[in-house]
Design a protein around this ligand. Structure first.
Ligand code: FAD
Length: 296
């Protein structure tokens, strides 16, 4: 698959399937990524995204992971990029490098504040908001398709959803082609977000992000970091499963599969899987996604 701007894929009027990888930190983790990519290649994701670590710490590792996924599986790649610790000049160098390497998609993000702080630190001659990065990429390469982050339960720093959506609209107006959402466990939160986004005049496609629960500890930590709430019904099932890790995994995957099926039935333009480089969870959810497709 050549590197295709994702904005073009939406015109095919079918739900898209995307999956997220993170750059491995060790040889062992690299094996996990390779194995996971091999197992999910047969499900033909429409694109795969590769995250970018704080402070540019994973810049080289992100680039290597993108290259590997592209060389080995010919995936359509969406590298992520954040404003953390980078000046305009450094960002331009990274963006131009991605463009010259043939990539035509970028997920443009601000990045997180430093640990133990609520406020983001703007790098010297850098950007304060993801919308600035979107405008910058558009100026450099208007043919890059840009994704931005949306938060069904609002971004943790935002005072309320309406304010957060006004900022999301700024990112769209700056040139974002689509929105991928933060993970959520209750589709009602997503539908409320979509209604309010439409009220604000946001018209680009929104791809909901799903992550299955793998352990109670893991999900409570992730949910508190990103502001996602755990529905009491799901929490009750998980608590009943106690220390039975396999049962917890099954509950998590079943819950996410049901969310996925409902989202496809409601006509969402795609589904994004936070698969944590784990082929076991990714393949089950991709299989659930493919089973929603009409047979010909
Ligand atoms: C799909 C997805 C992928 C992600 N991938 C990565 C990754 O690869 N690497 C990584 O480090 N992090 C990643 N993140 C996390 C992300 O970096 C954090 O959530 C970060 O805190 C906010 O990034 P943003 O791009 O949403 O920022 P912004 O859109 O800039 O928003 C951040 C906050 O500032 C507010 N805001 C925005 N514009 C303005 C303005 N003009 N004036 C005042 N306030 C404003 C917003 O309401 C929000 O509260 C990802 C998140 C998602 C949902």
């Amino acid at each position: 698959m050549s590197q295709t701007p994702i904005s073009k894929l939406f015109s095919e009027s079918r739900p898209l399937l995307s999956v997220e990888f993170f750059p491995p930190k060790s040889d062992e983790a690299l094996d996990e990524l390779v194995e996971s990519a091999e197992e999910l290649a047969p499900y033909s994701p429409d694109f795969v995204s590769v995250t970018y670590g704080a402070g540019g710490s994973t810049r080289d590792r992100s680039a290597k992971a993108c290259q590997l996924l592209r060389d080995e599986h010919d995936f359509n790649i969406m590298p992520h990029l954040t404003c953390v610790g980078a000046s305009r000049g450094e960002l331009a160098e990274t963006i131009n490098g991605l463009y010259e390497a043939g990539y035509r998609n970028i997920m443009a993000l601000r990045g997180d504040p430093p640990k133990d702080s609520n406020s983001f630190v703007v790098a010297k001659d850098g950007f304060a908001h993801a919308s600035d990065l979107v405008s910058f990429i558009k100026e450099l390469h208007p043919d890059i398709s840009i994704g931005v982050a949306g938060y069904p339960e609002k971004h943790p720093e935002a005072t309320d959803l309406a304010t957060d959506l006004r900022h999301l609209k700024t990112k769209v107006d700056a040139g974002a082609s689509f929105i991928t959402t933060q993970l959520f466990f209750d589709n009602a939160d997503l539908y409320r977000f979509l209604d309010q986004a439409a009220d604000q005049g946001i018209e680009v496609p929104v791809i909901p992000g799903l992550m299955p629960v793998l352990s109670i500890k893991q999900i409570k930590r992730i949910a508190s970091l990103c502001g996602a709430s755990l529905p009491s019904e799901l929490e009750t099932h998980l608590n009943a499963a106690g220390d039975n890790a396999e049962l917890v995994r099954q509950i998590g995957v079943r819950w996410a599969s049901e969310q996925l099926q409902d989202l496809v039935e409601q006509g969402l333009p795609g589904v994004h899987l936070y698969a944590l480089n784990r082929s076991d969870i990714a393949t089950e959810l991709m299989s659930a996604f493919r089973s929603t497709e009409p047979t010909t």
